[in-house]
Write a protein that binds this ligand. Sequence first.
Ligand code: ADP
Ligand code: MG
Length: 499
Amino acid sequence: MSESPWEIVIGLEVHVQLRTRTKVFASAPWGFGEEPNEQVDPVVLGLPGTLPVVNRVAVEQAILFGLVVEATIPERCAWDRKNYFYPDNPKNYQLTQKDFPVTLGGQVEIELPGPSRNVMGEHKMIRLHHAHLEEDVGKLSHSGSGSLVDYNRAGVPLLEIVTEPDLRSAAEAAAFLNALVTMLTQAGVADCDMEKGQLRCDANVSVRRRGDTQLGTRTETKNLNSISGVRDCIQYEAARQIRELEEGRKITQETRGWNAVNARGYVLRDKEDAHDYRYFPDPDIPTLKIARATVERLQKLVPERPFHRQRRYMEKLGLPYTVTSVLIADKALADWFEAAAAAYPQNPSGIANWVANDLLRDLSAATSAPDAFSEPSVAKVSLVDCRIKPAQLAGLVKITDEGVISKQQAKEVFAEMFRTGQDAGEIVNAKGLRQNSDAGELEKIIQEVIADPAVAKSIAEYRAGNEKAINALKGPIMKRTQGKANPAMIDQLLRKHLG
Ligand code: ADP
Ligand code: MG
């Protein structure tokens, strides 16, 4: 496959609903699924005589995001009015931050898909331009008899995160959004529930001939509400632009929409410019000074970045890539693993395997199944309800490593532990599972089995040099010990007796 002569260039503007209880300039609460216009108050409705008051939590969440992505937090930020007339907005202007946003710069590390699921993909840094706070607007629904408006969403705090045009493919854009969602949710900045419209994205796309240094003319597709939608839309739009240019036409800088049902884009309008909105500084909200003490306090809440954690697991603990990918996707799960590994530092790989495979499997079976619309990036597990505690799993791995129980028996103990929350030792005693490591007793059984004419052929084959023939003897021995014999010991004693 020869490389395409075209290079795709993408910049994303991501709108994220910040995790707060109340709206960004009003004390009205916000949530999902309420009756229309239940979550409003005079400020949200822009009634005369009301004034906005900035929600401190919203600002702090935005700063925390900035610290997570290593952005600069300026000394002050300020609000502007973006003026337009449309009934989704009762004030006829949207409060946003044009010239003095709450964070500047920053970066998000992404991982591109590797050659297979078991191999780490290439990593790349995507630079952010800035992130600013703004208020969401209401929702219109149109029917034959007229249009209805619901202001529940009006005034919901949004953080708009704007990237540099650093993304080069639909896959990179998807990887960026996955990484962003992981960081936002792990820091508690936002829940990013796309099904509830908590993360929406505008995709700016242009193409240019490989080697060109100037950027091509771009289009902006508005309001994409899923990661797969962003991916499909970019593929569609890049292909469309390449076709236009190859057929000798020019790209019009325009604002577009995306129809997820038939996977096609369409023109919404010519691109609007900033001056179309007559932006001006909002006179009601004073410029906000961001105290350095606040920044320092929030800095302490920044969790370890997921890829940092992954490198640490691989390099310091020797965990395989596949297992680390599962762990770092879920902060609670990774924290749980670390607590278990701390209780038994001799075998972090063994513990990680139990956590990433058995524990995760049993948890997702025990909790309700993930809904069909959710993106697969965030694991749906509820460790809070888990009966096994980290130290108990550590105990199970320890007695398995010590040969007290076999690996097979450990599975049985784990299942019981998951059900009851008992310690491994208690379960082993109650079930009489202790692995038989008594060499004397085992030796007697082995001698009996070897004497059985039914296995004479296998013994002859083994002695003739067929190593594998020895396995035929292990089954009957295991059976006679009711599965309690230590396999390593059986192997060792068998070889001794067969010479
Ligand atoms: P506007 O003010 O019109 O929204 P910006 O310059 O702020 O435009 O850019 C908005 C987004 O578009 C950013 O994410 C930026 O990286 C991206 N972008 C700008 N120019 C291009 C281009 N030629 N191709 C692709 N993306 C672009
Ligand atoms: Mg824009």
